[in-house]
Design a protein around this ligand. Sequence first.
Ligand SMILES: Cc1cc2nc3c(=O)[nH]c(=O)nc-3n(C[C@H](O)[C@H](O)[C@H](O)COP(=O)(O)O)c2cc1C
Length: 164
Amino acid sequence: MAKLVIFYSRSGRTKALASGIAQEMGAKTEEIRVKKVKNRLPGAMAMTGAAKKGKLPPVYHESIAIEQFSEIFIGGPVWGGSAAPPVLSFIQDKDWKGKKVYTFVTCALFGGKNALRQMKKALEERGASVLDEKDFRSLFKSKEHLKSEGIQWAKELSRKVNNH
Ligand SMILES: Cc1cc2nc3c(=O)[nH]c(=O)nc-3n(C[C@H](O)[C@H](O)[C@H](O)COP(=O)(O)O)c2cc1C
């Protein structure tokens, strides 16, 4: 079954985690990128502030085809106790009907559960089934370590599926 790992990452931590998941799952990866507005990239704080008022940043979603994948992992960092807005933009831009989705976030300390809840709600509103989710702490962890946590989680998920 074709699997896809989609992530947004600003400083590379979620990217490292995503690469571990993809390696273990034999999945393709796609990175969400934010579009420039008036010739410049919006800053993280600006995006977080705007999202709290219901305005999400535009992202390049057209080039990321999710149609041919039935199992999709999607993840990003936690910003201001919420899911990073570019991840929510991407979720909003797509039709998730019938997709089996796994969500993951990285955060320094807090907000992971809230971010996962937001992502799950947005995905389910668009027809996805969220089968599992996990928040990872990235503080003081190297990218190699985060990658190995991604591999570990993917192994756990495969084990769960095989036991059913
Ligand atoms: C604008 C901004 C807001 C953040 N807000 C939080 C937060 O609310 N809680 C938290 O634990 N970490 C927060 N962080 C830390 C990131 O979630 C954490 O470093 C994450 O692993 C970064 O992922 P990335 O390297 O994929 O961008 C914030 C980071 C940034 C840049």
